[in-house]
Write a protein that binds this ligand. Sequence first.
Ligand code: SF4
Length: 325
Amino acid sequence: MEKPRILTGHRPTGPRHLGHLVGTLDTWRKLQDSHECLFLVADLHVLTTDYAHPQRIAPNIHAVLLDWLGAGLDPEKSAFVLQSAVPEHSELAVLLSMLVTVARAARNPTYKEQVRELGLSPSVGLLAYPVLQAADILVYKARAVPVGQDQLPHLEMAREIARAFNRLYGPTFPEPEPILSEVPRLPGTDGRTMHTSYGNTIPLGADPAEVTAKVLSMVTDPARARPTDPGHPEVCQAFVYHRTFRPDVAGPVEDRCRRGGIGCVPCKRELAEALVEWLAPFREIRTRWKGREQELGEILRQGTRQARPLAQATLAEVQAKLGLR
Ligand code: SF4
């Protein structure tokens, strides 16, 4: 029996971080056995916010591939696809953009957040980001997309576009279903949404000194002046990480904190040590793949070759329905 196809991916904005691992990569790894997975390196999407620094894209693609491999994504089971090497993504996005009003695109929560947080003067490309995202999914007629609860609005746009197209031109696209991640999003070290641009992430390939520095900078209970003051772990970012990465000791950590049995610095040092150990495989994979850029590139080319005929078939169908060919 054919496995249902899923499409998901990352923007190559830099090395992956703990938020990617908890929120997405762990889920993707598990889905590889039950689904036909297309993992998209969404380089075109990078340009929506970082168009002034194209030289960063190639090294970031390399970093993303390393972290994907480190997280257990397997190119023998799944296709790693380079978005810009499949021009059908862009062409389908142009065609689908006719079905989306400017007001609808502007309601996208990510668009609003990026404009607010990054102080961007938004470009047309950024506004149209969700349409390109819809094209990424629909060009492969993906049945499902793994998403977190907060990403549901993005998927809804793809579903709306699929419905609108099917209504106007006849059944063409399946409405992609969400595969909801049950794991809540990991906040950044400063308590905001974890985002590479905000500088509040812990990269998966970080060395022990960087991990320790990031953990020690975490926001804790601001009401605690002395190590013996009773703490409130529910307002502490370090505790979120204890709970996520050390679930077996979260109870005792909480207890110690509430009764003022430990200071925040030693508590965070314990967390840092645990995370350093936890991230050892990601550092190891960097060592193993050092100097093998060609092989890494071939993994991406191979996956892209595998995926492109699917996209070409969809685009040809869409063009025919729109009277373009
Ligand atoms: S003791 Fe630990 S859990 Fe409690 S506030 Fe400090 S860092 Fe957070």
